[in-house]
Design a protein around this ligand. Structure first.
Ligand code: MLT
Length: 300
């Protein structure tokens, strides 16, 4: 019998991959052989020495002490690509919210008081403050052309945007093939100077921390949009806030709110929702349950 500790809710479809005659599964299991989790911070716990494999139902693994696990010989499995469509959709939603001022417009509409005649007067008076712009006239910069970045790039192309891509980590020839129509920027600086909106799809590591910074924001045309649904820390938040306050950057879309960011009128913040669709949760759970069970049972 294998024991699986779940540190977050894992989609039942994933847990069904682990037959009950072979697996005991629960959130209070002691001496587990495997761990399944989503965003629980494993750095905050003593990881039992019985653990032989860890499965993270998502793309990023920064909530797991991967180096320590590697030293122990414990593989950490993730679910690359399994939630990519979900993240892509929220990136597009954020981009559209920012370019059409939906966030501010909804707040304005919710705050209107009075009868229908008063509402009508307020709507006519207020709508001029929310005039937006259309995406086909804009260039989107996609930083990171993995499973998510490629999907975002292709979706933006289909909306009529010009798309420029750059991957700071690896030369991904296959990514360029997957996203034909995407122009390749020769450097990050060149990407910033060409783009009206920029979206980041890289993990947070030393090489990517703060790559959206004050100098690069200044290279963008006035009225730019920054989208970070990847990880907090990839953008220098203080620099983005300063650029929002100066009027140079128009909007900042984030999935990792902080106190300073979430109240800002030009920040559109989601509560880490990029991967939160039924489909993505199921895909991720199935993928990591299979990986962990495969390793425990067959060592593969
Ligand atoms: C990811 O890394 O793919 C996401 O953080 C997954 C999640 O929201 O749990």
């Amino acid at each position: 019998m294998y024991k699986i500790l779940t540190l977050n809710n894992i989609s039942p479809l994933g847990l069904q991959r682990l037959p009950r005659d072979k697996y005991e599964i629960g959130s209070e299991i002691s001496q587990p052989d495997g761990v399944l989790l989503r965003s629980f911070k494993m750095h905050d716990m003593d990881i039992p020495t019985s653990v032989k494999a860890i499965g993270r139902a998502g793309a990023g693994v920064n909530n797991i002490p991967v180096d320590e696990m590697t030293k122990r010989g414990v593989p950490v499995f993730n679910a690359p690509g399994a939630n990519a469509n979900a993240v892509k959709e929220l990136v597009l939603a954020g981009l559209l919210m920012a370019s059409r001022n939906i966030h501010g417009a909804m707040k304005f509409a919710a705050g209107i008081q009075g009868d229908d005649a008063a509402v009508s007067v307020a709507v006519e008076a207020g709508k001029k403050n929310f005039v937006g712009s259309e995406l086909p006239s804009k260039t989107l910069g996609v930083i990171g052309l993995g499973a998510i970045g490629v999907r975002v790039a292709n979706a933006a192309l289909s909306l009529g945007m010009k798309v420029v891509g750059y991957d700071p980590l690896i030369s991904v020839q296959s990514a360029w093939q997957l996203s034909s129509g995407v122009e390749k920027a020769v450097s990050l600086d060149s990407l910033f100077s060409q783009c009206d909106a920029i979206t980041v799809h890289v993990p947070l590591i030393d090489a990517t921390r703060g790559i959206v910074n004050a100098d690069r924001l200044k290279m963008m045309p006035k009225g730019g949009i920054i989208v970070n649904l990847a990880r907090g820390g990839i953008c220098d938040d203080k620099a983005v806030l300063a650029s929002l306050d100066s009027g140079h950057t128009a909007a900042y879309v984030i999935d990792f709110p902080t106190e300073a960011l979430m109240k800002h009128a030009k920040v559109i913040s989601f509560p880490h929702l990029g991967a939160s669709t039924n489909e993505a949760e199921e895909n991720c759970a199935v993928m990591v349950a299979d990986s962990v069970s495969g390793f425990l049972q067959d060592g593969t």
